[in-house]
Ligand binder design. Structure first.
Ligand SMILES: *[C@@H]1O[C@H](CO)[C@@H](O)[C@H](O)[C@H]1NC(C)=O
Length: 322
């Protein structure tokens, strides 16, 4: 499918979703069913630094990849709205509520989720995120509406809201700040290059590309660069503490994706793999004993490459587990 057609089909799906009847408790869950990835295709380029604050109105289902001030005003009851935010890999997002006129006791809501959530799947997964899931929701209704802000733990976040009364709404300012050691990242582009560095921390980091891609690991150092200690791949990576895994799947959550390969010994020079799934993840597991580093180069697959796998590729079904 051409990008234009995919976008068209996607918008049609959104319309069908909007027309479907729904009960009160399903509303938020259905907002999570929207697919953000094609929405970004319609977003304008990011603002250049130093320019005037970008301002525009928000749609109920929207995607933002730039800083600015955004206003939503309901023209009818809008009960299941979601805005996907994405910044550059080395940035964090801050969302501040400038003004809100919402009926919180009457069931309106305005929350920011630390990450993306879609069809019940989260990025980062609960295994990779520093906070327990309930703590990843910032509820502006319970904390007093205006003037509050929240900063994400990675380059993606999401605004979830529900407004019953026409005329009500809110204004938020979205800002980005540098993140010295980005850990979990969704690539804002379908092709590119990224180096993940984990500095002696016991944590797991996932780099996600939400397109079918060819991935090339061009550099991997798991604390023992130049050492002679090479582990046999046949031993597997499970017991070694620090390793990198490649995952493929259909959803957002790395913990539900299929492991495709493990890399657990320092090496130089490329390892390449075609991952014809909806999304691909390079995940680094770190014990905290070493400074770990991996460089990922990736290029979006052409549609014919996805359909006709050849060479060093996997004909695996891109299933996501339970
Ligand atoms: C990182 O992931 C591994 C396995 O994937 C798990 O055993 C470990 O507990 C995780 N570490 C942290 C800090 O969450």
């Amino acid at each position: 499918m051409s990008p234009a057609c995919r976008l068209g089909c996607h918008l049609l799906l959104l319309c069908l979703c909007a027309l479907r009847g729904r009960s009160q408790e399903l509303e938020l869950r259905e907002a999570e069913d929207y697919d953000p990835f094609l929405l970004f295709g319609a977003s304008p380029k990011r603002d250049a630094d130093g320019e005037e604050l970008y301002r525009r109105t928000l749609r109920c289902v929207d995607a933002l990849s730039l800083q600015g001030q955004f206003t939503f005003t309901a023209d009818r009851p809008q009960l299941h709205c979601a805005v996907f935010l994405i910044a550059e890999p080395g940035e964090l997002l801050t969302v501040r509520v400038d003004r809100a006129s919402l009926d919180c006791p009457g069931g309106d809501l305005l929350k920011v989720f630390d990450g993306w959530i879609l069809k019940g799947e989260k990025f980062p997964s609960s295994q990779d995120h520093p906070l327990p899931t309930p703590a990843r929701y910032m509820d502006f209704c319970t904390g007093g509406l205006s003037g509050q802000s929240v900063t994400s733990s990675q380059n993606v976040a999401m605004i979830l809201f529900r407004v019953h009364d026409p005329g009500n709404g809110f204004t938020v300012t979205v800002r980005t700040d540098p993140n010295l050691f980005p850990c979990n990242v969704v690539s804002p582009t379908p092709s590119g290059r990224f180096t993940l560095v984990v500095p002696r921390q016991r944590r797991n980091c996932s780099f996600s590309v939400v397109y079918p891609v060819v991935i090339r690991i061009s550099d991997l150092a798991l604390g023992r660069v130049g050492g002679l200690h090479v582990q046999l791949p046949s031993a597997g990576c499970g017991g070694t503490g620090d390793f990198v895994e490649l995952l493929g799947g259909t959803g957002l959550d790395p913990s539900k994706m299929t492991p495709l390969a493990d890399l657990c010994y320092p090496f130089r020079g490329p390892a390449q793999m075609k991952i014809g799934c909806d999304s691909a993840v390079v995940r680094m597991v770190s014990s905290g004993k070493h400074v770990n580093r991996v460089t990922v180069e990736y290029r979006q697959l052409e549609p014919q490459e996805v359909e006709a796998p050849s060479g060093n590729s996997l004909g695996q079904p891109c299933v996501s587990g339970p």
